[in-house]
Write a protein that binds this ligand. Sequence first.
Ligand code: HEC
Ligand code: HEC
Ligand code: HEC
Ligand code: HEC
Ligand code: HEC
Ligand code: HEC
Length: 491
Amino acid sequence: MNPKGLFNLFRTQQYRNWISLSGLVVATASFFAFLFLFVIDIIAHHGNPYMGILAYIVSPFFLGLGFVLIYLGGWLHRRQLRKGQAATTFQIDLSRARDRKTLVAFVAGALTFLLVTAFGSYNTYHYTESVNFCGQTCHTPMNPEYTAYLNSSHARVACAECHVGPGATWYVKSKINGVHQLYCTATDTFQRPIKTPVKNLRPAQETCEQCHWPQKFIGNLDRTFSHFLADETNTPFTVRLLLKVGGADPAHGPAGGIHWHMNVANKVEYITTDDQHQIIPWVRTTSKEGVVTEYKDPKFKDDLAKHTIRRMDCMDCHNRPAHDYRSPNDAVDLAMTLGNIDSKLPWAKSNVVASLIAPYSTEDEAVGKISTTLRKVYPKYEKIDSLVAAAQDIYKHNFFPEMKVAWSAYPNNIGHKNWAGCFRCHDGQHQTADGKKKIEASNCNACHVIVAQGNGEQLEKLNPKGYNFFHLDGEMNDFSCNGCHTGAFTK
Ligand code: HEC
Ligand code: HEC
Ligand code: HEC
Ligand code: HEC
Ligand code: HEC
Ligand code: HEC
């Protein structure tokens, strides 16, 4: 090449051919696409992991391709000369009508190409940010999260709002992670199920708190949990709770209740000893005045320095805000409450749950076998089609055998029935070194009062002071709920 570089390139005879010229157009277009993506990348409100792939891999690839074309044209030209053939260079002579036409056609073609590239890279950029891209393009690995997300209260929040966002360091991390994910999907080496906690999910201050104001005072929430037992009559068993969610900022209401942990006035830190953050043997609180209190489970004898101290945030309780897979018990309870499954049908709760939890290796297999199983159990039931459809529907929304995903794959930390949840700390065991102080709020009425319980008329007798929890045939007030409750009771 002429040492004076690109500008002199087309003075050189050998590059004056259509292949080299097209190469120049491709190179120019991808250079502009790169510049464009690079600028968005720097100024964008929040980054996007796939931008990195576009800006630093795809557009340089086309830039390279452009150069290859330029040289290819030159090389072919030299070869033709060497072989003594008439080389296909061109001399543009604007006085010739044919040359004028060719030039106009070429310039028009080149401009269109540039426009299409600019438009295309802009749209690709938007597409990689969209929920469709995250949820559907890499269908198999993300299908469970996407399906659950569409059923969550965050179905209108883009994946990127929680998974990618402002903040330079997280941005770089998520970008590297995006490349890694694409690689894993392409090579089919992704984990099944995908592991949580997600290591590079940004802290709640940068995600949840962009929309939810931690100072907000919520107060008491009235929640009704409707269940049916796994017995012959599917006995209804309803618990109505007044949850003391409260608030964390005295400027907006009494600071206290469940949202006391929100780090507005005080800091809660902890360590975990397992991957899924289910065992929390040590907790430390620091009040606004600087009073530090350490609580420990007496069984924990390990050296504290070996563990990472984490600061509690929204996601230590709300860890499934967008991807909650319902347990088969809860899903069937809901279908019965809504009337999609008839609660008068003997043993319906138990049988449907059993059909859902049998081992299946694909969704198609499950859907087929759920139908055969239930038809065998209820050969004479006239509404069998709707029963089968309701069971299959629950399966499709909550079980993903291809990814080994179901409720049991991901702990949900918001309560304490199927998972330890709040009882990871509030189990009455964690205490100060002198044993004088335990984590307060480790009794049944600290977080909620049971205002009504049972079924039928019992539910109309509200008790503002709260009932003791009446469990099957006795009072129950210990912390072992998840020792029995796995989310899949059958008879
Ligand atoms: C409201 C915030 C929010 C939105 C919106 C959201 N996610 Fe998540 N996502 C989370 C949280 C929180 C976790 C779990 C973090 C943990 O337990 O460490 C998670 C976990 C995941 C995981 C890891 C596997 C798992 O199930 O825990 C994947 C994959 C995922 N999300 C993909 C998506 C996709 C795809 C979308 C859009 C269709 C999306 N997310 C939308 C908050 C969100
Ligand atoms: C882009 C804004 C946005 C972000 C980011 C966001 N949320 Fe939400 N969240 C909402 C909206 C809007 C609703 C109300 C939805 C409705 O009522 O239909 C909501 C509802 C909720 C609810 C109440 C409904 C329920 O499911 O119990 C909780 C809890 C919640 N969000 C927690 C979180 C957590 C935790 C995070 C961070 C991982 C988060 N949100 C991130 C917008 C957001
Ligand atoms: C100690 C655990 C815990 C922490 C930490 C926590 N929450 Fe909650 N939050 C709860 C519980 C329990 C409820 C009651 C609702 C439920 O059971 O789903 C709740 C309810 C909510 C609601 C629903 C209110 C409604 O009207 O339905 C929102 C929104 C919410 N929290 C947001 C947040 C945000 C944002 C953060 C972080 C700044 C946060 N929470 C931190 C436990 C917690
Ligand atoms: C990481 C450990 C940890 C987890 C998990 C946890 N808490 Fe706490 N919680 C604490 C500590 C520590 C205190 C302060 C206790 C004290 O002051 O004695 C506290 C205090 C409380 C209080 C009393 C607040 C006040 O008004 O003083 C309530 C209510 C509460 N927690 C509810 C919950 C609920 C509900 C959950 C589950 C959704 C939960 N906590 C999960 C550690 C935890
Ligand atoms: C640290 C706070 C805390 C303590 C202590 C606590 N609970 Fe709860 N409990 C919760 C929260 C939060 C929920 C709501 C979970 C949800 O939103 O899914 C709940 C839900 C429940 C439910 C309804 C569950 C369902 O799915 O039907 C029952 C019943 C219950 N608690 C009983 C008890 C009993 C009995 C005790 C005493 C041994 C107790 N709780 C102690 C926080 C607590
Ligand atoms: C010794 C085992 C055991 C322990 C511990 C236990 N349960 Fe249960 N619980 C059961 C059984 C068995 C049933 C009946 C299930 C059925 O027939 O569907 C049941 C039923 C329930 C139901 C109604 C049906 C359902 O599936 O939701 C609730 C709500 C409940 N238990 C809450 C709790 C709570 C909260 C705790 C902890 C305070 C707890 N249980 C501790 C064994 C236990």
